[in-house]
Design a protein around this ligand. Sequence first.
Ligand SMILES: Nc1ncnc2c1ncn2[C@@H]1O[C@H](COP(=O)(O)OP(=O)(O)OP(=O)(O)O)[C@@H](O)[C@H]1O
Length: 304
Amino acid sequence: MILAEDISKTFHVKGREIQALKDITFQVNKGEICGLVGHNGAGKTTLVKILSTLIVPDKGRAEIEGYDVVREAKVVRKLLGVMTVSERAFYYRLTGLENLIFFASIKGLSLGMAKSRALHLLELVGLRDWKDIPYMKYSTGMARKLALARALIGDPPVILMDEPTLGMDPISSREFRRLVEEIARDKTILMTSHNMIEVEDLADKVVILNRGRLIASGSPDELKDRIGVMRVLRSRDANPSLRKFVVGFSDGYFILRVPDGVSVEGEEIRKEPATLEDVFVSLTEEADSTTNRSRGGGWRRWAS
Ligand SMILES: Nc1ncnc2c1ncn2[C@@H]1O[C@H](COP(=O)(O)OP(=O)(O)OP(=O)(O)O)[C@@H](O)[C@H]1O
């Protein structure tokens, strides 16, 4: 089980304060997959770092399987499998099997145990035929599967994954999702993602962060019900407040996808049930000013 209660974290950079998290409270139960979503800089990685005992919150507390991530960090580390995406996470020249044996030994397994655990996990993630191939020859999808295998080495009850399918092609990422679903049955999983299709497909619970604050949480269906129906329409009017709803530009018209309650001058094309992406777009504000500027550039290019 993962519990976060009133977590806040501020970074101090050159006399400037950056509030990365503010009063975050949520819980993920055994057998659940929780998708943690939010714009760039929303605070997702900071939260994962706090839960994985890498940094300490300024306020609030978090527990993994009932153990406090600050006071009982040593125990917590044993209960966690953390999957990160860094390419440098493995030894390039070692094979998949050798890499896993190495990390299993670090976890304290004897060589014999490490080997049998590594072989079992390579089979589980579908890398058995690649076990003797050096890591440097692995595709992105294979590298991610190996990272998942490593997170599972100590058979931890809780898994944290930071953007696990980043850079994966659609088929590999779909395969990866089935794998996560399979291992999730008796584990508690928290994953960050920018891919709403992935989160909608996998997550039992979604937590949406916006500028360090939790703005919504619930099952994908509960969140979609909050938005209800989306109207797809053609319009000449797309003022800045509407720009996050623009999904295309055709024959001099903006194509917008707006929640039913938002009023826009235009011709309705159809109505559709809200997706999780619609929920995210509707509930979050625009990201930082850099993103705003770059989106703005695209906007002017379309409109001219
Ligand atoms: N070590 C740090 N020092 C200073 N500021 C930091 C540090 N780590 C994160 N931040 C800031 O805290 C905020 C939250 O960052 P965080 O990496 O948690 O966001 P994120 O949601 O994971 O973003 P992304 O989707 O881009 O990975 C950002 O404004 C970021 O610049």
